[in-house]
Design a protein around this ligand. Sequence first.
Ligand code: ZN
Length: 462
Amino acid sequence: MPDSSALPDALAQALGAGAVLTGEAIPPRHHSDWSGAAPVRPLALVRPRSTEEVAAVLRLAHAYGVPVVPQGGLTGLAGAAVPHAGGIALSLDRMNAIESVDAAAATLTAQAGATLQAVQEAAAERGLRFGVDLGARGSCQIGGNLATNAGGNGVLQFGMMREQCLGLEVVLADGTVLPMLRPMIKNNTGYDLKQLFIGAEGTLGVITRAVLRLRPAPAAQVTALVALADFDSALALLGRLQQRFAGNVAAFELMWRDFVAASLQWQSLREPFDAPHAFAALIDVTGRDEEALRGAIEELLGEAMEAEQVQDAVIAQSRAQAAMLWKIREATAELPTNMHPPINFDVSLPMAEIGRFAERCRAAFDARWPGHIAVFFGHVGDGNLHISVDGGTVGHDEAGVERIVYDTVAAFQGSVSAEHGIGTHKMPYLGASRTPQELAAMRAIKAALDPKGIMNPGKVLD
Ligand code: ZN
């Protein structure tokens, strides 16, 4: 195998000098991602402009046997985009075109480096919407969203990224381009290969283009913030909403009091209710007519109040008020500056167990680190709970906190990652959510598609 130190020159020859950066010229933001993993400067950062250039990079990296770490918007929380010191970081930044929108078929074709927000805006321009939304929308890229099978706020209505993808173009480890861009919902022709690359976190190939499914934009959407006394009331309210507004409950985000209190403090916001409550649920419902929808939500909340399932409620009267209510939930962007550092969890549980799960975790934290700070919140309508623990208040014992959370996840038969992926952060715990047989099948697929092990090595599978 040729000497890897010659690879950056070979890449520059193939792509042009401007597309390959080395040493000090590599911007520090490419040394790590939002996971907080220790920064690593790669051998080279390559910035291809086309699928052909991505293929050229991989052909060379394959010949040299050098690791390749694909990088999107670098907003991942599991460490999948952190480069290797002796490897290539492959940024999709320059491949950011929205290539086409087919309004009649409700599909959109984009290059991997297009931001989620650019996709959302291109859909909105044609009176359509894209079904995935998350806080990092302005920075995260559609290729990364697909590679990590991102979830976020719209899952309740439309599912995760996997459900939004009709076609994919992928470059394999040896530079082979795998075009799978036929934009059809029905295509029962053997293995659905594109699904292998969605959620693989760049360990099987590089996603370069995608055909995405769009949805009709709702004519009306109403947001409400509801105060609740306990977790079971939240479940009862969700059941009521699903029954009344079947298919139109767009968000059901539950926030424990610790999260609401921290969010209000961090962002200097006013208490939304007259008194603090144990839980607050942020709800989006879509429909045809805003006034009628608001009336129907008011009526439903009135019934729930009579049944003592709801303690108080605010229904947004405008888009601006809805944005203010959402601001409470979007305090997650404040976590890195207000926790020192945050230790983040993204777990999935049988829905009815989430309340008890949270209580058990909190009790265990309290017993070991009295006075610790932790916030509980999540997309509870999807069975997805997030926990962020302030590392400074638990003696920086990240392993101790993880042990408590993941042992409790195992006891409740949950999953160690609902939507953030495995990366490096959750790799030691993958076995808690996957059987040895599943892991063996994953390894067989990895070996078949990437026999030299150059695609994002050391991520997902060890
Ligand atoms: Zn989330």
